[in-house]
Design a protein around this ligand. Structure first.
Ligand SMILES: [Zn+2]
Ligand SMILES: [Zn+2]
Length: 313
C-alpha cells in the first residue's frame, strides 16, 4: 500500500506557527467554538487515501489508569517500561474519526460530546454538523455515544445513525441498570424520532465502501467498520485495545471494560494477526493519537506503528 498523502491546512498552519487564535472561514455552526488555537489544531490530523479523506480527531486525553488491564500491577509496569513509558506518563486516548468519501461525510464514534470532550468542537470548526450524512457507532459505551446529542438535541441533525442491533438492545434493555438504560436511550432518541436510527443486524455493506463486521467480547454487539479505499482497507475497530503499551505486546491481556475478557482477547489476537499479515490499516478509539496506523509482529506479540507525520514543504 502506498503512503497516503497528507492534506495541508496552510491557513491554519500559519496561524499555529504564530500561536494566534483565528476565526475560521468554514462557516462553523457550533456556538461553542468558531476559533481554533494551536492546541486545537494539535488534536486533528488529515490523511488522504486516493479520493477519501480520513480525519483523526482527539477528544482529549486523560491520565491512563494502568490498572485498566486485567493482569498484575507488576506485569503492567514491566510492559509499560518495555515500551519506553512509565505508568505515570501513560495517556488514555479517545479518538473520533471523520471520513469524507464521495457524497458521504461519516463520523465514527462521537466521544464524550461538546463541552465534555474536544473532538466535536474541533470537527465542527471544519465541517457543518448538518453536512454529516452518517454516524457509525462501534458500541454503546458512553465515550462513544455521548456526542450524539447536545443539550438533548441531535448533534448531527441530518445524519443517519448506524448502531449494532445487539448492542443497542442490550444497553437499552433489562440487563443493564436503569440509569444506563435511560441514558443510552436518550442519546439515540432524536434519531429514532426522526426515523434516522439504523440498527445493524448482520455483517454487510452499509453504504458506499463501508461495511460492518461483528466482533463481540468488549460488548455483546461490538462492531468493526471496514472502509475499502483504493489504497487498501482501514479497519475501524472501536475498543479492540485500550492500553496499546500493554495489549499489543501481550494481546491476551484484556481490559477491565471488556465484558467478556476471553472473547475480547480472541478477537484482538485474530485482528492483530490478520493486520500484521496485510498492509491494511487499523484505527482505534483508544489507540495513541492519531489512532491510525499499522500492526506488525514484534517479539512474541505485536506492535502498533502510527502513520508517520508528514509536513513537507
Ligand atoms: Zn467501550
Ligand atoms: Zn471506549
Amino acid at each position: 500500500m502506498s503512503q497516503p498523502a497528507f492534506s495541508r491546512r496552510v491557513l491554519l498552519s500559519a496561524a499555529a506557527a504564530a500561536g494566534a487564535a483565528i476565526s475560521l472561514p468554514f462557516g462553523a455552526e457550533s456556538k461553542e467554538s468558531t476559533t481554533m488555537d494551536k492546541k486545537d489544531m494539535e488534536g486533528i490530523r488529515h490523511y488522504e487515501f486516493g479520493n477519501v479523506t480520513v480525519t483523526s480527531i482527539s477528544d482529549g486525553t486523560r491520565a491512563q489508569d494502568p490498572g485498566l488491564s486485567l493482569t498484575s500491577k507488576e506485569r503492567i509496569e514491566e510492559l509499560v517500561r518495555q515500551s519506553c513509558q512509565t505508568p505515570d506518563t501513560l495517556e488514555h486516548y479517545v479518538n473520533v474519526f471523520h471520513i469524507k468519501s464521495g457524497r458521504r461525510s461519516v463520523v465514527i464514534d462521537t466521544g464524550y460530546g461538546i463541552g465534555k470532550g474536544l473532538a466535536l468542537t474541533r470537527l465542527f470548526s471544519e465541517v457543518k454538523p448538518t453536512t454529516i450524512t452518517d454516524v457509525l457507532i462501534t458500541h454503546c459505551h458512553p465515550d462513544h455515544i455521548s456526542g450524539l446529542t447536545h443539550n438533548g438535541e441531535a448533534a448531527f441533525p441530518k445524519a443517519k445513525v448506524w448502531v449494532p442491533k445487539t448492542d443497542y438492545e442490550f444497553f437499552t434493555g433489562e440487563s443493564v441498570p436503569e440509569e444506563t438504560r435511560k441514558a443510552t436511550a436518550e442519546f439515540f432518541a432524536p434519531y429514532e424520532e426522526a426515523g434516522h436510527l439504523k440498527l445493524i443486524d448482520k455483517a454487510e455493506t452499509l453504504f458506499g465502501d463501508f461495511s460492518a463486521e461483528f466482533h463481540p467480547g468488549h460488548t455483546p454487539g461490538h462492531a468493526f467498520f471496514v472502509l475499502d479505499t483504493e489504497q487498501g482497507e482501514i479497519v475501524f475497530a472501536g475498543d479492540v485495545a485500550h492500553v496499546a503499551a500493554v495489549q499489543f505486546a501481550v494481546p491476551t491481556i484484556s481490559a477491565r471494560y471488556d465484558m467478556d475478557p476471553k472473547r475480547a482477547a480472541a478477537e484482538r489476537i485474530d485482528l492483530f494477526t490478520e493486520l500484521a499479515e496485510s498492509t491494511h490499516l487499523l484505527a482505534g478509539g483508544h489507540l495513541p493519537f492519531p489512532g491510525i496506523g499499522r500492526v506488525r509482529k514484534f517479539g512474541s506479540g505485536f506492535e502498533f506503528l502510527t502513520l508517520p507525520y508528514r509536513d513537507r514543504l
